[in-house]
Design a protein around this ligand. Structure first.
Ligand code: UFG
Length: 337
């Protein structure tokens, strides 16, 4: 199928870490981008000044209509990154996660359908999957779902919304199940507020900016007893969004709208201890740490099988953890020179 880049794209959650990086990637493709973000957790200053930002919530139809109306015609694609993303927090506030991630996706998808948007791509998550049985397993798109956390359940419900929307035949929808997004591109640092992700926490603990890192559990059934995750460079992640949007636009144009899922990871599992060692190597100093109890909702291992990503979208993610850590450290201002 011949694919062309969408020329107009609405990006929700555009002021977040992945969102702001994606906006840069789309602009490099020559796209016109409108950003929608409620700025509860995003940072407006991460966006280029010439990208219009609607400060509003995806659950609010008026904000979504305003954002869709900023283009002189219906945008080709909507890339939906707005949402809450913390497994642990979701166990404390399951209703909030349902509201933002499920209701928000429904409102946005309905209004995109109504407006005639051709392609809708959503950030889903590896958290929708049933945890590995064997630690060496790699999970492809046919792997059984069975979320452990309210966060995972909310993302799975969002996928169901997209499947139903595509069945109407007017809008192709794609769920990208992101594994552990890491690294940095376009000089944009990962700065969640509060920060909960391992790599920035470990780097900033080593630099003395944060207290010692809590290692959440050293009693998992993994080789070194700490959790295994699949860390994937944010540069590859935004490439996946860009190419998925292209594919979805082409599918709708050819009269074959459908729903697709892709796993976005490297296919390689890395333990918490291995990440800490990489941070120490990159910074040349120790990561102060204490072993803590398990974090609620954390599973022993989540590792992708990214074969479909390679075959259909021709993306072969970089497996170099040191590069991800170095890029993250550089944008956090933690590398000399
Ligand atoms: N970890 C620690 N200490 C910390 C923070 C994290 O030991 O202070 C451990 C966690 O237990 C986990 C690993 O580091 O084993 C990675 O944790 P992150 O918080 O960085 O990421 P998660 O795996 O919890 O979640 C991320 C995304 C989710 C996505 C998931 C998919 O935030 O949205 O990856 O694998 F679903």
């Amino acid at each position: 199928m011949r694919t062309t880049s969408p020329s107009t794209v609405l990006v929700t959650g555009a002021a977040g870490y992945i969102g702001a990086t994606l906006v840069r990637r789309l602009l490099a493709d020559g796209a016109r981008v409108i950003a929608l973000d409620n700025l509860e957790r995003g940072h407006a200053e991460q966006l280029p000044r010439d990208v219009p930002l609607i400060v509003g919530d995806v659950r609010d139809p008026d904000s979504v209509r305003q954002a869709l109306g900023m283009f002189d015609r219906t945008p080709d694609a909507c890339i939906h990154l707005a949402g809450l993303i913390q497994v642990g927090e979701s166990t404390l506030f399951p209703q909030l996660y349902h509201d933002v991630n499920v209701v928000g996706t429904q409102v946005l998808a309905d209004l995109c359908l109504e407006a005639g948007v051709a392609a809708f791509v959503m950030a889903s998550s590896a958290a929708v999957l049933r945890p590995l049985q064997g630690v060496g397993d790699r999970l492809d798109e046919d792997a059984p779902v069975g979320p452990e956390s309210p966060y995972g359940s909310s993302k799975l419900a969002g996928e169901h919304t997209l499947r139903a929307a595509a069945q109407l035949g007017r809008m192709s929808t794609v769920a990208l199940r992101l594994f552990n997004v890491a690294g940095a591109a376009y000089g944009l640092a990962e700065r969640h507020d509060p920060e909960t992700h391992l790599i920035p926490l470990a780097l900033r603990a080593a630099a003395g900016e944060l207290p010692p890192l809590h290692v959440f559990g050293d009693d998992f059934p993994t080789p070194d007893r700490t959790c295994l995750r699949d860390y994937v460079h944010v540069r590859d992640v935004v490439e996946a969004f860009t190419r998925a949007a292209r594919l979805a636009v082409a599918q709708t144009a050819s009269g074959s709208a459908e729903f697709q899922v892709f796993h976005v990871g490297t296919g390689h599992g890395t333990s918490v201890n291995e990440v800490i060692a990489a941070c120490e190597l990159v910074l040349g100093k120790p990561v102060p740490r204490v072993v803590h109890g398990r974090r609620p909702g954390d599973v022993a291992a989540l590792v992708s099988d990214p074969s479909k990503l390679a075959q259909v979208l021709n993306i072969h993610p970089d497996r170099d953890l040191l590069r991800m850590v170095r890029d993250a450290a550089a944008t956090l201002g933690l590398l000399d020179g």
